[in-house]
Design a protein around this ligand. Structure first.
Ligand code: NAD
Ligand code: IPM
Ligand code: MN
Length: 369
């Protein structure tokens, strides 16, 4: 069985976090005979520096062919003033769009040892296990018309269009209901149907999928602004939340703080299952960005990137037991008090990125022994 991974470390802390993830992959190859073959390439600002665009066509082609893509992060101040069409972020958006990765799974889990690291009270987040499913290839991120136009009166007009179709909504809703059946059997769908027609369509189509295909799953609806409030008021009321591209982006950054830090949140971006093989195209990446404020210092938390590889084991290779092992290793490291700066308690000296990666590898060894 081929197990080829395309690794795109990207910019800023991306390569720092990815180096620790590669240590974990090497551990699985050495100890579990997983046979992962790694190819590495450029995305984002570093790709622009070499190719004059943030994703070379050859890299795009490889991404379409491999079994899974792992991405670090893209962007940074060096490339902030580039033309919009070649900005680092466009490389990531092209991967998502051309691979048709419409379902972005962003689990916000509060590891027991981190209940105190959240900015919320411990009792609000302890035991939290929430899954945000963000639609990833539609909505205002890709809608037409878009652009900045010069008006006759000398002013300018910036336009983006929120647009969703029946099928775009139905397919991501199915992913949410499917996943809910394996969890607590509840889905909350979120939009702003009170002000947006695309929100009305979203609500109606999610309801349609529920009524016709998943009547056994409990479905409720809530406006996105209310979800933002409830996430910090009583987050444990939620289990699976399905929402659009922009609301999902914002709500998942908010949810990350429930788990202690943006440096803890992994994600999986999945395409449709191939009818013949059942395999999905997939890209795994931490939710955080390139963190220019701490890049190059060796202090970034690599756990979001490492946990994204755990999602890769589970969703691309059906290696649930290995994914559980890796998540247990992360949990053990946190139980042992190992902390990078973003999750450190006051008065406790934090470790660096490399030490955190080494601690996870050591914990894998201890748990597997
Ligand atoms: P960011 O996620 O890079 O950083 C936000 C804050 O969180 C910073 O203070 C940062 O130090 C901290 N942080 C993030 N990840 C961390 C980690 N692993 N360990 C410790 N602290 C961490 O968001 P930003 O500053 O808004 O964006 C910076 C750049 O990253 C921009 O160019 C943006 O477009 C890009 N970005 C890329 C992605 C991606 O590649 N998927 C995601 C978000 C932002
Ligand atoms: C994310 C990021 C991206 C997004 C950017 C970098 C394009 O914020 O993955 O959450 O907005 O989707
Ligand atoms: Mn984001």
């Amino acid at each position: 069985m081929s197990r080829t991974l395309l690794i795109l470390p990207g910019d800023g802390i991306g390569p720092e976090a990815m180096a620790e993830t590669v240590k974990v992959i090497d551990w699985f190859n050495a100890n579990r005979a997983t046979g992962f073959e790694i190819e590495e390439d450029l995305v984002g600002g570093c790709a622009y520096d070499v190719h004059g665009k943030p994703l070379a066509d050859a890299t795009m082609d490889r991404a379409q062919q491999v079994d899974a893509v792992l991405l670090g992060a893209v962007g940074g101040p060096k490339w902030d003033n580039l033309d919009f069409s070649v900005k680092p972020e466009r490389g990531l958006l092209r991967l998502r769009k051309e691979m048709d990765l419409f379902a972005n799974l962003r689990p916000a889990i509060c590891f027991p040892a981190l209940a105190d690291a959240s900015s919320l009270k411990k009792e609000l987040v302890e035991g939290l296990d929430l899954m945000i499913i963000r639609e990833l290839t539609g909505g205002v991120y890709f809608g037409e018309p878009r652009g900045i136009t010069q008006m006759n009166d000398g002013t300018r007009r910036g336009v983006n269009t929120q647009v969703y179709t029946t099928e775009e909504i139905r397919r991501v809703a199915r992913v949410a209901f499917d996943l809910a059946r394996k969890r607590s059997n509840r889905v909350l769908s979120s939009e702003k149907a009170n002000v947006m027609e695309s929100g009305i369509l979203w609500r109606e189509e999610v309801q349609w999928v529920h009524d016709n295909e998943f009547p056994d799953v409990e479905l409720s609806h809530m406006y996105a602004d209310a979800v933002a409030m409830q996430l910090v008021r009583r987050p444990k009321q939620f289990d699976v939340i399905v929402t659009d591209n922009l609301f999902g982006d914002i709500l998942s950054d908010e949810a990350s703080m429930l788990s202690g830090s943006l440096g803890m949140l992994p994600s999986a971006s999945l395409g449709a299952a191939d009818p013949a093989t059942g395999k999905r195209k997939a890209l795994y990446e931490p939710v955080h960005g390139s963190a220019p404020d701490i890049a190059g210092q060796g202090i970034a938390n690599p756990l979001a990137c490492i946990l994204s590889f755990a999602m890769c084991l589970r969703y691309s290779f059906d290696m649930g037991a290995d994914a559980d092992l890796l998540e247990a290793a992360v949990s053990k490291v946190l139980d042992d008090g190992v902390r990078t700066g973003d999750i450190a308690e006051p008065g406790v000296a934090p470790v660096g990125t490399k030490e955190m990666g080494d601690a996870v590898v050591a914990a894998l060894g201890a748990l597997a022994a």
